[in-house]
Design a protein around this ligand. Structure first.
Ligand code: ZN
Length: 436
């Protein structure tokens, strides 16, 4: 059997170089490869469809692009890196003077060996991205020097592709897991999250689930907006969301809080870090970020968290060619996967139970829940570790069909997982029932 780390690495290597964008064949190829891991359904949303205030754009595909100098030498080639072309560049093939070409060149002076990642989704133009070193070495800065540029791209009426996997649980309560598939050759931003999501989904498929999981692979922003518009009713009933991205860097773990900081998912994430004895950086919710911007908008208000390892915006190589397979490693994705998996185990146990016999106390002995000899229990000794009977009494007192186990656990200071085991025992005796 191949180790999970090797499996993750295999997919990193295979998928890194695919030319992804917000639409196009690269996204379909990515989804097709993911289907080897999990049975996702691919959905296509047509160009021109109105999705809230947006319109699904034309599909973009590209086969080649290059810049030749005046001696006909190819100095920049899309075949070397798909980051060399501004994503969504319109087609072009012509001779051009440097004075005009330089307006279409992007580079980062502070990171001289990095090719930047640039996009132009909603403004038709074209451009090339080069490292500052390439800019210095390969271009004669004479304004009258002639170059030839070619971008063999196509913008046409097509569709935007998304992947979806729904894993039904016992309850209709749904948890959204979302990642974005729109970045070309960058490993931490986008791809690490896509691979982690696929492996997390694979783990979930092997479990008996309490909740239903809606797992989606969408291009960032427009894909998330389109998905919300096309699945509005379902999306309005999601309980929590995990937006998975930037999980594979060598840096520190962190998590971005959901919009309502009181929501239990935040405290559950912190419990995961605590259990695992991992130091982390907490990012308070803010309106910038990834697709939680859509899922937490007024119409949906889903509480979404993101656990990260080298969070987007924060690492130097963000949105450059240095966010590559040297920077990201399978072992880091594996570590992040364990945290998400641990979080889901906790979420799965955070059920809401209702006492089916709310009037007065339940006669515990009748249900074989009372110690055979009465009178010996010091009920006032609140400092002692709670006995099994205390925990049962607490559950019967607090499980009112409103408070979930996490709330009860925090208010009586007993680990949620311990409460869960007792609650299940009481459910099996038909004393408690699960209401959510
Ligand atoms: Zn990005």
């Amino acid at each position: 059997m191949i180790s999970p780390e090797k499996e993750i690495d295999k997919y990193l290597q295979r998928m890194f170089y695919i030319n992804r964008s917000i639409t196009g064949d690269g996204n379909r190829e990515t989804l097709k490869i993911l289907q080897e891991i999990i049975p996702i359904k691919v959905k296509e949303y047509s160009t021109g469809d109105q999705v809230y205030d947006w319109v699904i754009p034309k599909e973009w595909n590209i086969s080649d692009a290059w810049i030749k100098n005046s001696s006909g030498e190819k100095i920049i080639s899309f075949k070397n890196s798909n980051l060399h072309v501004v994503s969504y560049s319109t087609p072009v093939q012509r001779k051009i003077k440097f004075r005009e070409l330089k307006k279409h060149l992007h580079y980062i002076e502070d990171l001289p060996n990095a090719i930047p990642y640039r996009t132009s989704y909603y403004h038709e133009t074209w451009g090339f991205c080069v490292s500052f070193e390439q800019y210095q070495e390969l271009f004669n800065k004479d304004d009258d020097e002639e170059y030839e540029v070619c971008i063999n791209s196509k913008l046409h009426n097509g569709s935007l592709s998304v992947g979806e996997l729904i894993l039904p649980g016992k309850s209709e309560k749904e948890i959204l897991i979302s990642c974005y598939i729109c970045h070309p050759s960058m490993a931490n931003d986008s791809l690490s999250g896509v691979i982690l999501t696929a492996f997390l989904a694979k783990q979930l498929m092997e479990k008996e689930l309490n909740f239903t999981y809606r797992i989606i692979f969408v291009p960032e922003t427009i894909g998330a907006i389109s998905y919300c518009a096309k699945n509005e009713l379902r999306m309005k009933h999601i309980s929590y969301g995990l937006v998975i991205t930037t999980v594979g860097g060598p840096g520190k773990f962190g998590y971005k809080q959901s919009w309502d900081k009181e929501c239990c998912i935040n405290s559950l994430v912190e419990d995961v870090f605590l259990d695992e004895n991992i130091e982390y950086k907490k990012y308070l919710f803010d309106i910038h970020g990834s697709d939680e911007r859509q899922y937490s908008s007024q119409g949906f208000r889903i509480n979404c968290i993101t656990i990260t390892k080298d969070k987007y915006y924060e690492y130097d190589y963000y949105h450059t060619s240095l966010d590559n397979l040297k920077f990201v490693q399978a072992k880091y994705i594996r570590q992040s996967l364990n945290l998400y998996s641990h979080l889901i185990n906790k979420l799965e146990k955070n059920l809401t139970f209702k006492n089916r016999m709310p009037h007065c106390e339940v006669m515990l002995s009748k249900h074989d829940l009372y110690p055979k000899t009465g009178g010996g229990i010091n009920q006032l000794n609140i400092n002692a570790e709670k006995s099994k009977m205390d925990i049962i009494l607490e559950l019967l007192f607090y499980c009112d069909g409103e408070s979930d186990l996490h709330q009860i656990s925090k208010s009586i200071n007993i680990d949620m997982e311990i409460l869960y085991d007792f609650a299940i025992e009481l459910k099996d005796k038909f004393i408690l029932e699960v209401v959510a």
